[in-house]
Design a protein around this ligand. Structure first.
Ligand code: AMP
Length: 597
């Protein structure tokens, strides 16, 4: 471990990527496979593999108590040292350097001993036992080694290994293609395993492990329907673009996990989806979107927001904001494995080195390289328990289009279902994890716009000081013929337009109320927004979420602006719009386009 720590120190000491890579490569190439597995895992900045769900939860208080006891310093010593560097590993090293009888670096524990100690700390029952195991490890470490032991334990390695660098180093060390190392790493979720496979020239034997997130495939933006057809035509696959939370659903035996786009485990936030997936009879990975969904309708993102970041939502919250999982892809599939009792977390011991490796599900077939048309066919064959039948699942609405008119119509239909726009996919494309591939294009427009008249202006702050850049705008209440305010926004106008408008508003100020100028209601602006909500902040009784002034509508007269009745209709449509079910009922078929109800 001392040798590993010296290497880490050298890697941290250079900012040059190529130098970091060759330092790592040269080091890794010297190691036998047992050490290589551990060294690479630690270089990934983790005590255990990414796909290993164990975590060492040693808190600050435990670490501080152990370090103070070993060094014979007062309890606050670690805190004071931490103030110097804001780095826990460095602080621990600083305090341990004060030990009266520091251990000889040549007696530092081996990599495997450290790995075993980490497993012991994790498995300890109770804080005292964990602290005891940690103290026994730290006691044998010289300050430099202790620094890195703590950095790994706390997941804060910080030696400047940006993504891909370790992969490149493994590839260089064993003269293998980096893409093959990357693929093995992605499938196994285990840097140590990928390194050993590279050493043994067995990268093509990497097997998919479930219950660790794969990177998500992303879409590239498309300009418009013509652009879509030019890039993916003549006939394209069109799905609704849902405005929810992207989530990968993993199933293995009776275990179910949901992972967010930033690769965090969000299972705890959506227990009803996890429960609904538990009884299914396959192991594998779905890709899809979690939506707020009730009575056959997609609810606005705003509604779903109430569920974000909330672990263990109460029964009341679950009832208030019901959710569904709309699946649009299948990334791996196999027969259901029975039970997960090979260890607490679905892991089994890998040999006698005290390390655990995540369980491989040999029968699960990765489908990443399989064309979408086949992935979709197999997704549909799963017959997920549909929302329409009291389940929690739906399939994305899928149709085809082969002309600009057809795409425009699809777009309007998707909007009528209160979805954001369209996702256009190449049916022959594979799933490209972590990439904004060209196999998927997204087509979206602002949700809706309102034509409003500017009734008040204010000067902005900072750069916009002295410029009337903040507009309050109104719609017409036809019942009283009054103008009623609905929102306020900074303009998205150019500096030239702004200067010109400032002069105009100064000349047309009706009343000055502090910073606010009431102005002649003449200037019409088009306002885009994400959501309309009821609110008594404005006279109209509505407020807009994220209002943006898209443009001046000089050609429009204030008599032509939107009315309060229009706003009410839009609110109703967006909130409880057209009768629609995501598609759980009308099962979309990729070959024969299914029309929405
Ligand atoms: P954006 O966030 O605008 O870059 O759009 C990409 C996101 O659209 C993805 O990350 C998904 O969360 C989401 N999305 C919604 N519907 C779909 C769909 N049918 N297929 C793929 N992605 C979708």
């Amino acid at each position: 471990m001392r040798g590993w720590s010296e290497l880490a120190e050298r890697v941290a000491g250079t900012t040059r990527t190529s130098e970091k890579t060759s330092l790592l490569a040269r080091y890794l190439a010297t190691l036998p496979s047992g050490d290589l597995r551990v060294a690479a895992t630690f270089l990934a900045g983790r005590p255990f593999a990414e796909s290993d769900q164990r975590a060492v939860g040693l808190g600050w208080a435990t670490i501080a108590a152990v370090v103070s006891r070993l060094a014979g310093t007062p309890a606050g010593a670690l805190g004071a040292a931490y103030d110097h560097s804001s780095d826990l590993g460095m602080a621990v090293a600083e305090v341990l350097a004060l030990r009266p009888d520091p251990p000889d670096p040549s007696h530092s524990p081996s990599l495997e001993e450290v790995a075993e100690a980490f497993a012991e700390i994790e498995a300890a029952t109770g804080k005292a036992a964990a602290a005891g195991a940690f103290a026994a490890l730290l006691e044998r470490c010289d300050p430099l080694t202790a620094k890195y032991v703590v950095k790994i334990l706390t997941g804060e390695l910080r030696i400047g290994l940006r993504e891909g660098l370790l992969e490149a180093a493994v590839a260089e060390a064993f003269e293998r293609p980096q893409a093959a190392v990357g693929m093995a790493l992605m499938l196994t979720g285990d840097t140590g395993e990928a390194a050993v496979l590279a050493l043994e020239d067995r990268l093509d034997e990497a097997r998919l492990r479930l219950l660790h997130p794969l990177k998500f495939m992303l879409a590239s933006p498309a300009e418009d329907a013509a652009d879509v057809l030019a890039r993916l035509g003549p006939t394209v696959w069109v799905e609704d673009k849902y405005d929810g939370i992207r989530a990968q659903l993993h199933r293995r035996g009776s275990e179910v996990r949901l992972y967010s786009r930033d690769l965090h485990d969000i299972s705890g936030q959506f227990p009803e989806i996890v429960e609904a997936a538990r009884p299914l009879d396959w192991d594998g990975i779905l890709d899809g979107e979690i939506l707020a969904f009730a009575a056959g309708h997609v609810l606005p993102f705003l509604t779903l927001q109430a569920r974000l970041g909330r672990k263990d939502p109460s029964v009341r919250v679950q009832a208030e904001v019901p959710v569904a999982y709309v699946a649009f892809d299948l990334l791996a599939i196999g027969p259901r494995s029975e039970g997960t009792d090979d260890s607490r977390n679905g892991h089994h011991s890998a040999g006698g080195n005290g390390l655990y490796a995540a369980s491989v599900s040999p029968a699960v077939e990765p489908l990443l390289g399989v064309p979408l048309v086949e992935r979709r066919r197999r997704l549909e064959a799963l017959s997920l328990p549909a929302v329409a039948a009291g389940g929690r699942f739906a399939l994305s609405h899928l149709v085809t289009a082969d002309s600009v008119e057809a795409l425009d119509r699809r777009f309007e239909e998707a909007r009528a279902r209160r979805n954001e726009g369209l996702m256009v996919k190449d049916p022959q494309s594979g799933y490209a994890p972590g990439r904004r591939g060209l196999g998927w294009l997204k087509l979206k427009r602002a949700l809706a716009t309102l034509d409003c008249v500017v009734v008040g202006v204010e000067a902005g702050h900072g750069k916009r000081h002295g410029v009337l850049s903040d507009y309050t705008f109104a719609v017409r209440d036809e019942s009283s013929e009054r103008l009623v305010t609905i929102g306020k926004a900074y303009t998205g106008l150019t500096d030239v337009e702004l200067a010109e408008m400032t002069r105009w508003f100064e000349a047309h100020t009706v009343r000055q109320l502090g910073r606010f100028r009431q102005v002649d209601p003449v200037v019409v602006v088009e306002v885009a927004f994400d959501v309309i909500q009821r609110s008594n902040r404005h006279q109209s009784g509505f407020a807009l979420r994220f209002p943006r002034i898209v443009r001046l509508r000089i050609e429009k007269s204030p008599t032509e602006i939107d009315t309060l009745a229009n706003v009410e209709r839009l609110h109703r449509d967006l909130q409880f719009g057209a009768e629609y079910l995501v598609t759980a009922d009308a099962k979309a078929s990729p070959t024969g386009p299914a029309e929405s109800a």
